[in-house]
Design a binder for this molecule. Sequence first.
Ligand SMILES: C[S@@+](CC[C@H](N)C(=O)[O-])C[C@H]1O[C@@H](n2cnc3c(N)ncnc32)[C@H](O)[C@@H]1O
Length: 327
Amino acid sequence: MFHRNLTDTELPGYVQEQAARFGQIVVMLAGRTVTFTAKGKQFRHSEQKNTLTERAVRGNDRKKRYLLQEGEEIPALVDLGVFTPEYQVKAAMYDKYKQINRFVECIDDALRGTDKTQLTLVDFGCGKSYLTFIVYYYLVVKRGIRARIVGYDLKEDVVCRCNAVARKYGYDGLEFFVNDVTRGTPLSGGVDAVMTLHACDIATDYALAFAVERGADYIFSVPCCQHEINGSIRPGGDFDLLLRDGLIKDRFCALLTDSVRAELLRSRGYAVDVLEFVDFAHSPKNVMLRARRTRPQACPDDSRVEALMRRYGFTQTLYGLLHGDAH
Ligand SMILES: C[S@@+](CC[C@H](N)C(=O)[O-])C[C@H]1O[C@@H](n2cnc3c(N)ncnc32)[C@H](O)[C@@H]1O
């Protein structure tokens, strides 16, 4: 499917060309439907009335409506360097803005299904925390939901800055902590959702394991730099061809990592969708694991993952954590 604008002079030639290609073209206009047919060199048309009415032509380049619009007064995003002081997206931040908007849409869609009045969300590897802020702003300020949102990152300076911005705008439920998530996550109380956006390599696995252990209802995870399997896999069977060339091996191992993660979550009671959350052009790391807990974890069956691990000799941190490896 595609959209294309044609001028009046281009249109007849285009229709004729396409009719020759497809045999028949149906053009819907206000009040009449015109059918063009081509047979050999013969080109005919016939008309029938219809009930369509004239509509304003808006063109194909309409601006996408985001949940958080450019121009919306979100001063924290100015402080974080996403918006200019006029609340316009900075050119260099456009891809990030698109990612975080789409991420908020996914969270919003999922959370509309919950009847909880107080939510706790945790962001692993929050970095400069554009996402964490925007999720807080959307849920708490815009939708009036009571939420506690906690961000963890290794970097002391960014955590300090994020806390300062949160305090400046009175975002009381938003807190950031310096924490290496591979060494444990000291958060008390229940957790409703865990999110990660490009948390490096196995930091994502620690986030997923945390979500499973705490029985979080929702997981939104966009992984990044999945190096672990790439570093440990060895030839062992039908996939060997995919391990031969570095570039293909790298991509294959990233996909294998996320397939293993999805499988482990499924066998622990989560319904998992694997989706492209933004177009590749806006981030090549664009695969999201979106999971919703639909049943309590009973006796997880990881046999399919185990068979692959045995055969190809790779290690995978989420598997290890869910099977009792130390945090
Ligand atoms: C690529 S950045 C993404 C930041 C942010 N989520 C975003 O999308 O803008 C990855 C972040 O993960 C953090 N990180 C990596 N390993 C971590 C760990 N073990 N514990 C906590 N944070 C970690 C890094 O410090 C970095 O800020």
